[in-house]
Design a protein around this ligand. Structure first.
Ligand code: AMP
Ligand code: MG
Length: 339
């Protein structure tokens, strides 16, 4: 628990520093307003530019809290919590839509992304911050309850198979970032940086230019491997370093391979996905982390709206697709670009 809290505290400080140093044009800084708070189990920071920023930011925070209250797996009043309890329930159209979108991404990624992996996430104690390494028998038993194909959607009614439960934690922050961007825009903001943990969503541009988003070094977390220049889209990172515990010198992180029931072990240690749709970026980043570099490269080749920066455990950074990525100077990594 204390490790998790200290990691989140570190993340929050780093996120703040990052936002302050990397995204502020001198002219824009004068009318920039920001808001920081903790929700959706992560540190949230939203920075908006222009004269309508203050009011829009307050509404943006309400939007985050609204979405958290629908998708939380621990809040007894949330729709997802209730569905996990009752196994069959009429849900709001918004929740049903995100479950349906999740299932589509599961299908497209051969189950690498699978919201029904939740019993395993719980088994490792990631939900309750009560970490432990499960036995082979426990993993085998929980694997029987995993499989997105058994999530049945009929109108607004969603039914799970017996013992199944779902967690939209790998897509909900991305979805939320898109909704926040919508709220900001509706309330007169055309330029903003929305950061929900590893999820960045850019609204518009910065004074007519692209934002520069630093990509964290997954090994040396105080450092960066480079930056992505882009605008009006999402830049979402899934990494082994974001949430993990250690036992007997082995690190157990929070992204689970739904085939093996064990922590994903594809050789990738960090995946950043760039895509206009932030929910897709979030889900696909998790999927690439599970499925590995070859799958990710193939997927980007087949979907030209998706690009990625992949860091593997052999100190190699692959920049895949149509992305403007600038490596840092004197990096310990080898960089490969693949259009
Ligand atoms: P992310 O940080 O977006 O990669 O999401 C990781 C979170 O999603 C974990 O903390 C789990 O709650 C959940 N999760 C873990 N493995 C998977 C998976 N293979 N597919 C979907 N969700 C997952
Ligand atoms: Mg994700």
């Amino acid at each position: 628990m204390s490790r998790l809290v200290s990691k989140l505290a570190l993340l929050s400080v780093l996120s703040l520093i990052f936002l302050l140093i990397s995204c502020d044009g001198a002219k824009n800084a004068q009318n920039a307003k920001s808001i920081e708070f903790f929700a959706m189990d992560t540190f949230i920071s939203i920075k908006a530019y222009g004269e309508n920023a203050e009011n829009a930011l307050n509404l943006a925070k309400q939007e985050v809290l609204r979405i958290e209250s629908m998708f939380s797996v621990t809040d007894e009043n949330s729709e997802i919590y209730q569905l996990n309890q009752k196994k069959s329930l009429e849900l709001s159209a918004e929740v049903v839509d995100l479950i349906a979108k999740s299932n589509q991404i599961s299908q497209a990624t051969n189950g690498a992304f699978d919201i029904s992996v939740y019993p395993l996430v719980k088994l490792y104690g990631f939900t309750q911050s009560d970490y432990r390494v499960p036995s082979d028998a426990e993993i085998a038993q929980m694997l029987d309850f995993v499989g997105y194909q058994d999530i049945i959607i009929n109108g607004n009614a969603v039914t799970l198979a017996e013992n199944m439960s779902i967690d939209l934690g790998a897509i909900a922050k991305g979805y939320c970032a898109d909704k926040v961007a919508e709220v900001l825009q509706k309330n007169g903001v055309n330029s903003a940086i929305i950061s929900l943990g590893g999820n960045i969503r850019l609204l518009g541009d910065k004074n007519g230019e692209e934002f520069s988003i630093a990509v964290r070094d997954p090994i040396n977390e105080q450092g960066y491997i480079g930056s992505i220049n882009t605008k009006n889209c999402a830049v979402v990172t899934s990494g082994a370093y974001q949430r993990y515990f250690e036992e007997n010198g082995v690190k157990y992180h929070h992204i689970i391979n739904s085939q093996t029931g064990r922590c994903a072990d594809s050789g990738l240690i960090s995946v950043t996905v760039i895509c206009a749709d932030s929910a897709v970026a979030d889900a696909v980043a998790t999927a690439f982390f599970v499925a590995g570099a070859d799958f990710a490269k193939q997927y980007c080749a087949e979907n030209d709206d998706i690009s990625a920066v992949l860091v593997d455990d052999d100190n190699c950074v692959s920049v895949v697709g149509n992305v403007d990525f600038e490596p840092i100077d004197n990096s310990a990594y080898t960089y490969i670009t693949q259009k």
